[in-house]
Design a protein around this ligand. Structure first.
Ligand SMILES: [Mg+2]
Length: 204
């Protein structure tokens, strides 16, 4: 083919894409964008907490991976890949780093008396390592850590939406839902949603 012939069907080059992702993290852009979203969530909690009606029980929902927890150390070590078995082993260790600006949202919620719920796509079998990880990063106080049943076969979106609806049926009002995947946030049951960037993986 000569110059100017379109090759529109060719996907993007995977090595170049990986380089872009590394640069996005290492330049600090990723951290800055995470912090910007977290700042908006924090401002909303402060505003909404101030307008709390008497008798209203407010709650906030956080996703864990690539929201409150960063797996970048693992992702980088495995060339932005890593088999499912390696991921499971890594998550069981409970050594993911904290995303500091999102921990600030957690702290703001606690200070305002807004109850914290973690809804994660991690399965129940990872509970021990996940609870340890949350304690290590100073986020060990919460209403519940809701984990996917070991035998769950549906989508993440259906599971997470169902769990938010369940929280609401206990008389709580979810004022904010924070996550890095569209499937964390789809399906309603939150006054506001906050979407963090995630170029690393996709969860339908
Ligand atoms: Mg996530």
């Amino acid at each position: 083919m000569g110059p100017g012939v379109a090759t529109a069907a060719e996907p993007r080059n995977i090595d170049q894409l990986k380089n872009e992702i590394r640069a996005y993290v290492k330049s600090g852009d990723y951290g800055r964008e995470m912090a910007a979203i977290a700042g908006r969530a924090e401002a909303w909690l402060a505003e909404r907490g101030g307008k709390q009606a008497s008798g209203e029980r407010l709650a906030v929902v956080f996703d864990l991976d690539e929201t409150l927890l960063s797996n970048w150390a693992f992702i980088e070590e495995h060339d932005i890949g890593g088999s499912d078995a390696l991921w499971q082993k890594w998550m069981a260790q409970g050594e993911a780093a904290v995303v500091e600006p999102v921990r600030e949202v957690y702290r703001t919620a606690r200070r305002l008396g807004i109850e914290v719920y973690f809804i994660t796509g991690r399965r129940e079998r990872l509970r021990e390592g996940t609870e340890k990880n949350l304690r290590v990063i100073g986020c060990g106080e919460y209403g519940a850590l809701i984990m996917k049943p070991n035998d769950w076969k549906g989508t993440a979106a259906a599971y997470k939406t169902g769990e938010r609806a369940r929280i609401e049926r206990t008389g709580r009002r979810i004022v904010a839902n924070l996550g890095d995947q569209d499937s964390d946030l789809a399906g309603g049951h939150a006054e506001r949603t906050f979407k963090f960037p995630d170029p690393f993986y996709f969860t339908p």
